[in-house]
Design a protein around this ligand. Structure first.
Ligand code: SF4
Ligand code: SF4
Length: 342
C-alpha cells in the first residue's frame, strides 16, 4: 500500500469517528448548529451564468477575523464548518482557517471550483487537516454557461485521486441552464472511476420556480442516483428527486439554528438564497436566537432547492413542530437562480 493510501485510510477512520460523534450529538441535542457555511471571500475566478453568490472585486476577510468567527461558532456548539464562496482557494490564509476549525474540534469542509488544485495545494490542504472537499462539474466542454468542465478539470481530479487524504465528492448538474444533460453521466462515471463519491444537483433558470426535468433529464437523474449510493447522498437524492419531478418537499427547515450561513460581513443568514434573514451579526447571535429560529416555519421550505439544508433537516423533521412564522410570503431572493454546489 502506498504512503498516501495508508494515510488516507488512517484519516478515514479518524474522520468517520468524528462524523459519528457529530451525528450522535445532533440526534441527542437540538440546541446547536450542525453545519455552518462560512464565506471567507466573495470573489470568484469564474462567472457561471446561473450563479448569484460571487463578485469579481471583494477582498479576503483577514484570518484573525475568521478565527474569531470560528471561535464563536465553536462556543455555540457547531459540529461542521463548510468553507464556501466565491472561490475559497483564492483566500491567501485558507489553510490557517482550516486549522482554526480543526483546533476547535469541528469537521472542516471546502466547496471549490477546483481550478487551483495543484499537487502542492492539495498536500497543503492535507496538512491543514481538511476533512471534506466538493467540486461541482457542470459540463464536459466549457460553454457560455459554465467553465467548470471535465475537460478543464480532468487533471485536477487526477491530482485529487493521487494526493488527497480527505474525502472528495463530485457534484454533477442537471437543469434548464445546462445544454447537454448527458454530460452529467460522463462526469459521474469519471468521478466513480477515480474513487470519489458523487451527487447530482439541479439548477433552474431565472424564473426560479420548481420546473420538472424533461423525460431525458429525469432518466439521467435516476441513472446517476443509482451510482450515488455512498455517504449522505441517499438523503440528498430523495430531496432532489422531488425537485426533479417538480413536486414540493414536506419538511421543517431549521435554517438559523441547525444550519447557519455566515457571509463575509459576519452576518448570520438562513442560507445563500435567503440572505438578509435574520441578518444578525454572529458575535451577537445567542442560544436564544438558535432556539427561536429552530421553531420558526419558513414559507419558502416546500419549494426550496437548497439541498444541504434539507439534509440537515433530517435530524429534526420528526420532532418539534414549528410554531413561529418567519415571513408571510416567499421572499424575492428565493425566486432567483443559485450556485449549484449546495
Ligand atoms: S458557481 Fe461557484 S465557480 Fe461559478 S461563479 Fe459561482 S461561486 Fe464561482
Ligand atoms: S431557501 Fe430553503 S434553506 Fe433557505 S430558508 Fe428557505 S427553506 Fe430554508
Amino acid at each position: 500500500m502506498s504512503r498516501t493510501k495508508l494515510r488516507r485510510r488512517i484519516r478515514f477512520i479518524s474522520r468517520r469517528l468524528r462524523e459519528l460523534r457529530a451525528i450522535a450529538k445532533g440526534i441527542i441535542s437540538t440546541r446547536h448548529p450542525i453545519d455552518v457555511h462560512l464565506i471567507p471571500m466573495r470573489r470568484c475566478n469564474l462567472s457561471c451564468a446561473y450563479c448569484n453568490e460571487y463578485d469579481d472585486f471583494s477582498k479576503p476577510v483577514p484570518l484573525p477575523v475568521l478565527a474569531g468567527r470560528v471561535a464563536k461558532l465553536a462556543a455555540l456548539g457547531a459540529s461542521i464548518i463548510t468553507i464556501s464562496g466565491g472561490e475559497p482557494l483564492l483566500h491567501p490564509e485558507l489553510d490557517g482557517l482550516i486549522r482554526a476549525i480543526r483546533q476547535r474540534g469541528m469537521l472542516a469542509g471546502l466547496i471549490t471550483n477546483g481550478y487551483l488544485l495543484t499537487p502542492d495545494r492539495i498536500q497543503r490542504l492535507n496538512g491543514a487537516g481538511l476533512d471534506h472537499l466538493q467540486i461541482s462539474i457542470d459540463n464536459v466542454m466549457p460553454d457560455d454557461v459554465s467553465k467548470k468542465s471535465l475537460k478543464v478539470l480532468g487533471q485536477k481530479l487526477k491530482n485529487l485521486a493521487d494526493y488527497a487524504e480527505f474525502h472528495v465528492n463530485i457534484n454533477s448538474v442537471l437543469g434548464s441552464a445546462i445544454h447537454n444533460p448527458q454530460d452529467a453521466i460522463v462526469v459521474a462515471q469519471r468521478a466513480r472511476e477515480l474513487g470519489f463519491t458523487t451527487t447530482v444537483g439541479i439548477i433552474h433558470d431565472h424564473s426560479g420556480q420548481l420546473v420538472p426535468l424533461s423525460e431525458e433529464q429525469s432518466a439521467i437523474f435516476e441513472q446517476i442516483a443509482r451510482m450515488s449510493r455512498r455517504s449522505y447522498s441517499r438523503f440528498y437524492i430523495a430531496f432532489q428527486r422531488n425537485i426533479a419531478r417538480g413536486q414540493e418537499n414536506s419538511w421543517r427547515c431549521r435554517a438559523g439554528s441547525r444550519y447557519l450561513y455566515i457571509c463575509e460581513a459576519g452576518l448570520v443568514h438562513y442560507c445563500s438564497q435567503q440572505r438578509g434573514y435574520p441578518g444578525i451579526p454572529l458575535e451577537q447571535y445567542s442560544r436564544a436566537h438558535l432556539q427561536r429560529e429552530y421553531l420558526t416555519r419558513k414559507a419558502c421550505a416546500p419549494r426550496c432547492t437548497v439541498s444541504c439544508v434539507q439534509t440537515i433537516g433530517l435530524f429534526d423533521n420528526w420532532r418539534d413542530p414549528q410554531t413561529r412564522e418567519a415571513f408571510d410570503r416567499v421572499p424575492a431572493a428565493q425566486t432567483e437562480v443559485s450556485g449549484s454546489e449546495c
